[in-house]
Design a protein around this ligand. Structure first.
Ligand SMILES: NC(=O)c1ccc[n+]([C@@H]2O[C@H](COP(=O)([O-])OP(=O)(O)OC[C@H]3O[C@@H](n4cnc5c(N)ncnc54)[C@H](O)[C@@H]3O)[C@@H](O)[C@H]2O)c1
Length: 688
């Protein structure tokens, strides 16, 4: 281990000197990894939002295996103490989190230079994963869950400690392999290779049922990485505000209730959690009145205190009346109804309220372990029932979904526009036997991707590009906002009509982003952009870093919920109609392609959004440090990262994507894509 002996204002590692100086307790703790001596055990902190007790699914033999698996991180001399403690965790929580090893320092996105490192790229990864575990960001920080109820960064604290130590000591000639949170080790590679390759929840396809996840996760051998949780790219609800704003804005543009007489529209939805918490904020930005039901008081008040929702109300009629008054005043306003979404839908229906738009963002990808709280039970009753009486709990969830659909169906028959928000709501409701199919046997309501996100964004290559200023300095974020805005305005000058609205919406978004106070945690920004926009913005950042206009490196990334990264038949690829929506070639091709074109880290996950076994999704992170290497990599990798998906969408005969890939081929002579021919429908019908 080599550290710099110079008196730097910020202590950091350097390659030459052998003397260790000025290392903070934080840095020493990172370098120590799993401590030799046992740290004292930690009391359970009830002020923090904790994951619900997981299902007791393991056989006795499997419980022994889980214990052995956990103990392999520690020297034998500690096994007597730790075995008793871990067995108790398994009994009490259904998982072994190794709470004792949770570090004493605060975990958050510090300035990149404060992370001990030999590789700047590895330091960027430490910053990003720290952000995912920040108390202010993570849904269940002590269980290492970032969002979505089960979106894990690691399975236990030993994995965190080891990973940080590996990252702090690795060089640019090594790659760290992480298997579902477990750092397998550092392997020799080369400087253009990713520093980290992450896989999450990858299992043999026949073993991808929800209970398989429960079992593998309890054994400590697999985890649900969601999308940006296990890939270290979560930036708080801001990441989703922009996409939600685009969705709500376009839903409001497209749909009109029969009784609509101009003015502002009303949106009803649910969920104030990790991603769903963005809905009221997005509705305000999109100029819509909204009521969002949330059953968990901690989640509702957290979003209120962060300014994501304007007020919290416990009485259903009071919430409805208040919303109608704001509608009357023609003023956007967001209300959190602290209660069950089913109660809200049923009351709206009973009162015959004109609801313009409706959706749902409970975590139905995870219905049996805290993702969906059935009507008629308190929050605590439901939490107990899901682990103590799982069969009864399942019945309650299904009964509740049938009631919810009944009320929604009634309101849509009167003119409401309802869309599935990619949370497996219609899928799970169909399993519950609810009336969700049309006469052709398809879901009677579209997903937001089918109606909005697919044709307006993904097929043209627009997706949730994002960046984080690694200096953790808000001034740098302001500079990047300005640069990104200038780049988009320049592109808009010559953009074709097909993508003008998208560009205008995105320019408006970036101009207002600071005013909307979206930053929680790292100095991050999300901005929907297409391949041209992403490459030009990234190149402009890299220049600005080189010229010192931005004071430190910038990390690029994106949500997996994007053009190319995700194969998900009920969400990202739900507007693929050539029968290939159940294939996962695109996501796998994407992550492999990114990894040899310059990504700093890559990840590929089973599960994310709609649920374990329902989706394969991947992402990347890329460090811009002002160098020519970064210039070369960003151009090559971002081009592939978007155009892979456009090419696939084009091959599926999506007209917007055919337009976009032809345009891409005109500007890049090395790009040659197979373009589909369109068969005549009448000809086809002659035969079948
Ligand atoms: N916004 C998007 O674009 C988008 C994108 C991807 C996925 N999703 C999906 O949306 C879902 C929500 O994501 P999240 O990160 O917010 O999850 P989350 O678990 O953090 O939040 C869901 C919230 O719903 C609440 N809830 C559950 N049942 C309820 C009920 N019956 N009534 C009222 N509140 C209830 C929970 O208490 C929780 O706070 C996930 O399935 C996710 O995959 C949304």
């Amino acid at each position: 281990m080599t550290f710099c002996s110079q008196n730097h204002s910020k202590p950091y590692l350097c390659k030459k000197n052998q003397v260790m100086t000025a290392l903070s307790a934080f840095q020493l703790a990172i370098l120590k990894g799993i401590p030799e001596e046992l740290p004292s055990s930690k009391p359970f902190d009830s002020t923090i939002n904790h994951a619900p007790r997981r299902k007791d699914i393991l056989t006795t033999e499997e419980k022994r295996l889980a214990l052995k698996n956990a103990l392999r991180y520690f020297p034998v001399k500690h096994h007597v103490v730790l075995a008793a403690e871990f067995a108790e965790e398994l009994r009490a929580y259904g998982r072994i989190y190794m709470y004792r090893f949770r570090p004493d320092y605060k975990i958050y996105a510090r300035d990149i230079e404060t992370f001990p490192h030999k590789s700047k790229q590895a330091a960027a990864i430490m910053l990003m994963l720290s952000n995912n575990l920040d108390d202010a960001i993570a849904q269940h920080p002590h269980e290492l869950i970032t969002y979505g109820g089960n979106g894990a960064v690691f399975q236990n604290w030993a994995q965190y400690l080891l990973t940080m130590q590996y990252l702090a000591t690795m060089t640019d000639d090594q790659t760290l392999a992480i298997y579902s949170g477990h750092p397998l080790g550092l392997f020799p590679s080369q400087k253009d290779a990713p520093r980290v390759v992450v896989t999450n929840g990858m299992v043999i396809p026949n073993y991808s049922k929800p209970d398989d996840w429960e079992r593998f996760n309890a054994l400590g051998v697999s985890q649900y990485g969601q999308m940006t949780a296990g890939s270290f790219m979560y930036i708080g609800p801001q990441g989703i505000v922009h996409g939600t704003t685009i969705t709500v804005l376009n839903a409001a543009r497209m749909q009109k209730h029969p009784n609509y007489s101009g003015g502002i529209k009303l949106l009803i939805t649910s969920g104030l959690g990790g991603m769903s918490g963005a809905q009221p904020k997005a509705a305000n930005i999109a100029g819509v009145v909204s009521i969002t039901a949330e059953i968990n008081p901690k989640a509702a008040y957290k979003r209120h205190s962060q300014g994501w929702v304007d007020e919290v109300m416990q009485d259903v009629d009071q919430a409805i009346d208040a919303a109608l008054q704001w509608k009357e005043k023609n003023t956007a306003h967001s209300i959190a109804f602290l209660g069950n979404i089913v109660d809200l839908w049923e009351r709206l229906n009973e009162r015959n309220i004109d609801v313009d738009m409706g959706s749902d963002q409970t975590s139905l990808h995870n219905p049996w372990a805290g993702g969906y709280y059935p009507a008629g039970l308190t929050y605590n009753e439901a939490n107990e029932m899901m682990s103590d009486k799982p069969v009864l709990f399942r019945e309650k969830v299904y009964e509740s979904l049938r009631r919810q659909i009944l009320a929604i169906n009634s309101l849509t028959s009167k003119g409401m526009y309802f869309f599935d928000y990619g949370n497996a709501f219609l899928l799970e409701s169909s399993r519950a036997g609810a009336d969700v199919f049309d006469t052709n046997g398809r879901f009677k309501y579209p997903s937001y991707v089918q109606d909005i996100m697919g044709p307006l964004c993904f097929d043209y290559g627009f997706g949730p590009f994002r960046w984080v200023c690694a200096s953790s300095d808000a001034k740098d974020l302001d500079t990047t906002d300005l640069i990104a805005c200038e780049v988009l305005e320049e592109i808009a000058k010559t953009a074709p009509n097909e993508i003008r609205q998208q560009l205008d919406d995105n320019i408006l978004w970036i101009k207002e982003a600071k005013k909307n106070k979206l930053v929680v945690g790292s100095q991050a920004r999300i901005l929907y952009a297409d391949a041209e926009g992403r490459i030009k913005i990234a190149a402009a950042f890299n220049n600005a870093i080189r010229e010192g206009k931005i004071s430190g490196p910038v990390v690029l990334g994106r949500d997996h919920h994007d053009v190319s990264g995700t194969d998900s038949p009920f969400r990202e690829t739900s507007n693929i109609y050539d029968g290939s929506s159940f294939t996962a070639d695109m996501a796998i091709q994407n992550v492999i392609g990114d990894s040899f074109r310059g990504a700093t880290w890559v990840s590929i996950h089973n599960g994310g959004g709609v649920g374990w076994g329902e989706v394969i999704n991947g992402g990347f992170g890329m460090l811009l440090d002002g160098t020519e290497d970064a210039d070369r990599k960003l151009k090559s990798m971002l081009h592939w990262d978007v155009n892979n998906g456009i090419a696939r969408r084009s091959w599926a005969r999506n007209k917007e994507a055919v337009f976009a890939i032809n345009r891409a081929m005109e500007s890049e002579p090395l790009l040659k894509v197979t373009i589909p021919n369109f068969a005549d429908e009448d000809l086809i019908q002659t035969f079948f």
